[in-house]
Ligand binder design. Structure first.
Ligand code: LLP
Length: 427
């Protein structure tokens, strides 16, 4: 019998054992060790399909947000599927190029691009810079003119819309560091159009992440279209609309709209307001990879206590930071469905020396030491936010496709962790 878990149709129990596509996760853990990130290639492509379906027949570009999961095999998967990329550093640009991505489909976002990063992106020929301040605009023009190149730009406007998500991942409000205030947008576009190294091509907004409602998107779109009309009335032409990323996924019981449903609503509004001729772009990250990945971790010790029971596992906040940083809920299941052990309520914690080092709190689990657990929906903002805190090497990563598996990142060795450090000279 097959029992599916929330979030991904590619992750299901076959008999007692959890499979991702046609691969037993228990076998992967035995072969490659834990902590181990495992991703489903089919799940990524299945998550992309509704974006592409909804946008078919009109000028569009889906730019996968590299920060969600930047493994080059993941980028390769999306490049081969026709995606562009949303990057925030020249490091991410280098990854895209190494993965065979097309620089002409890259948009460069972020509030703090360095001159060096601007130059590298200009020389690579990126499609567009999403510029976030007047100061950045002036520097970008200067860098481009110095290279005898022109920077195609969008301004990232701040629509002052509440995405209704965690404050750390909400970006479209006035108090956020992101974007150009709605009131200043027209004059900033006029300034942009007057600069020698700048070619205005679009408008951009991104209001936050893990958004589970269509309302904030439609509100932001209306604000953006108001601006486009005002900017064009002021004599500056806008070609594309980049509506950012942010669509949420199911971690537990969230019910985000499907991508094609959301895009359908947005396109209807765009057409109704007479903007249907424009190229439409999105920058999804989490919704393409989040539910395509799990983090496998072995139970080391069970530590029942008076107030709390602790299930100590070998993955920690350095491997997966979302619970510690945002108190994010991520599902946790045993790879083997046990009937021989009663369910007990555990806090699932890692070995790092911080009370904030937990992966899940108050979880009813049937576990024994030596069992391997899967932290669900860990494909986005898992490995990319991992660190080496407590001198812990980062996990290995495996990609699954049908019954095939590939190691797409080797486990980091401790030697590598301090190989760039130097002792002081001997006394
Ligand atoms: N575009 C821009 C300009 C962004 O800042 C982001 C994410 C995206 C696109 C992709 O958003 P997505 O579709 O993945 O929601 N570490 C946090 C999420 C931070 C999101 C930052 N920006 C987390 O683990 O929840």
């Amino acid at each position: 019998m097959t029992t599916a878990l929330p979030g991904s149709p590619f992750l299901a129990y076959r008999g007692q054992d959890l499979y991702l596509e046609d691969v037993s996760l228990r076998e992967l853990a035995l072969t490659h060790g834990t902590p181990l990130y495992v991703y489903s290639r089919q799940a990524m492509l299945a998550a992309l399909a509704p974006y592409q379906r909804a946008l078919k027949g009109r000028a569009h570009l889906v730019c996968y947000a590299v920060k969600a999961n930047s493994n080059i095999a993941v980028l390769q998967t999306f490049a081969q599927a026709g995606c562009g990329f949303d990057i925030v550093s020249s490091g991410e640009l280098a990854r895209v190029l190494a993965a065979g991505g097309d620089p002409a489909k890259v948009v460069f976002s972020g509030v703090g691009k360095t001159r060096q990063e601007m130059a590298e992106a200009l020389q690579a020929g990126v499609k567009c810079f999403n510029v976030e301040s007047t100061a950045e605009l002036e520097v970008l023009s200067d860098v481009a003119a110095g290279l005898k190149l022109t920077a195609r730009i969008s301004l990232r406007v701040n629509p002052d819309v509440d995405a209704g998500t965690h404050p750390y991942i909400s970006t479209g409000l006035k108090g956020n560091k992101f974007g150009i205030a709605h009131e200043l947008a027209v004059q900033t576009y006029q300034r942009a159009a007057s600069l020698p190294g700048i070619d205005v091509v679009g408008i951009d907004c991104h209001i936050g992440s893990q958004i589970t409602d269509t309302g904030p998107y439609l509100d932001a779109l209306d604000r953006v279209l108001d601006l486009v009309e005002a900017i064009e009335a002021a004599g500056v032409k806008i070609h594309h609309l980049d509506l950012g990323g942010g669509l949420g996924i199911t971690y537990t019981d969230e019910k985000p709209p499907a991508a094609d449903e959301l895009i359908g609503l947005l396109l209807t509004r765009i057409d109704a307001r007479g903007h249907g001729h424009r190229e439409v772009m999105f920058e999804p990250g989490r919704s393409l990879v989040g539910n395509a990945g799990v983090l496998l971790t072995e139970v080391m010790f069970l530590k029942p206590g008076e107030q709390k029971n602790f299930c100590v596992v070998d993955a920690a906040m350095n491997d997966l930071m979302r619970p510690a940083l945002y108190e994010a809920y991520m599902g946790i299941v045993n790879l083997r469905q046990r009937t021989d052990t009663p369910a007990v309520v555990w806090d699932v914690v890692g070995p790092v020396c911080e009370s904030g080092d937990w992966l899940g709190r108050d979880r009813a689990l049937n576990v024994q030491p030596g069992d391997v657990l899967a932290v669900l929906s860990a494909g986005a903002y898992g490995m990319t936010m991992a660190s080496n805190y407590n001198t812990r090497g980062r996990a290995a990563e495996v990609m699954v496709d049908g019954a095939q598996t590939w190691v797409i990142r080797e486990r980091e060795s401790v030697r590598e962790l301090f190989s760039q450090e130097r002792l002081l000279p001997a006394k």
